[in-house]
Design a protein around this ligand. Structure first.
Ligand SMILES: O=C(O)CCC(=O)C(=O)O
Length: 299
């Protein structure tokens, strides 16, 4: 029997745009998730530049490997990650939020390592991948206990019902909002925390971000992006078979549903490609302190 959302949880998601499900992934499954991640990260020793699997911290070197993110290639390359996206423990929870037919859009594993794990500037996922309707969300599974100290995902409740903010700088998409140019009170941000194996859920239009990890504990977060099967990406479908191979439950459809949601297209494309961290190198003004600002002389 799978855990289901209560009526109060569904209402809370609709109103605030987020939920936390404590300890969803446990036991052997959590142990395997952590061990496989450790193994993939250890294999970054010797890697000299970002590639289709690794997004590296600015302070990475082949001898002192520092991985910032494992990219979507993990879902195609590793059976474990491929299966976890489809795990009925997860899809049973998402069904009342975005419907019984669900497609994976993408995903990644953000490392936020102890001492230097990079911040993620405030943004809405929707600005990266607008769809024909906004039954679009992301889940995040914490691989480690997460509290205020090690860089929890932070969200601004209710912003999924508001505007889509400008994520451009100098005329190009940069994947981050200018904190001084939007009417938001960032002191109202709510940290999403929980013991290892807990799962966060946030609506694609919800404003969120996270700070530098200055603690001595890592904070790894496995993000899965999901859409209703009838939400089609406005940037287009390059490969129809590949698109449908990402169905995680239910049947695909060519009847794409149009819903009212404010859209800004992520064009022209960011100067720096490859991940949100790279996109956000193009921003004018930062909210969160970076490792390089905090420790200018550290390796
Ligand atoms: O890892 C985090 O704390 C935030 C991640 C995020 O929002 C993203 O990668 O889009």
């Amino acid at each position: 029997m799978f855990r289901m959302l209560s009526k109060a949880q569904i209402e809370s998601y609709r109103r605030d745009g987020y939920l936390v499900i404590p300890r969803l992934i446990q036991g052997d499954q959590l142990a395997e998730l952590r061990a496989l991640t450790d193994r993939i990260v250890a294999e970054a020793r010797g890697v000299t530049a970002n590639d289709d699997l690794y997004d590296l911290e600015p302070s990475h070197s082949p001898a002192l490997p520092r991985v910032r993110r494992l990219k979507p290639a993990i879902f195609k390359r590793y059976a474990f990650f491929h299966a976890l996206v489809r795990d009925p423990k997860i899809t049973a929870i998402l069904a009342p939020l975005i419907g019984p037919a669900i497609r994976q859009y993408g995903g990644k594993l953000n490392m936020k390592s102890a001492g230097y794990g990079s911040p993620v500037e405030w943004h809405q996922d929707w600005a990266f991948y607008p769809h024909t309707n906004d039954d679009v969300l992301a889940t995040g599974i914490y691989l480690d206990d997460c509290d205020l100290g090690n860089g929890p995902l932070m969200v601004l409740p209710g912003t999924h019902l508001g505007p889509t903010y400008d994520h451009h700088a100098n005329g190009r998409f940069c994947g981050a909002m200018d904190p001084a140019a939007c009417d938001l009170d960032f002191s109202k941000a709510v940290p999403l925390m929980g013991p290892a194996g807990s799962m966060t859920i946030h609506h694609a239009r919800l404003v969120h971000g996270s700070a530098l990890n200055t603690s001595n504990r890592q904070r790894r977060l496995l993000l899965h992006e999901y859409t209703a099967a009838d939400a089609w990406p406005l940037m287009g479908v390059a490969d129809f078979d590949e698109f449908n191979s990402r169905m995680v439950v239910g049947e695909p459809t060519v009847e794409s549903r149009l819903g009212p949601a404010p859209v800004r297209m992520p064009l022209p494309a960011a100067d720096h490609q490859g991940s949100i961290y790279e996109n956000q190198r193009g921003i004018g003004r930062r909210f969160f302190t970076t490792y390089e600002e905090r420790s200018p002389h550290a390796p």
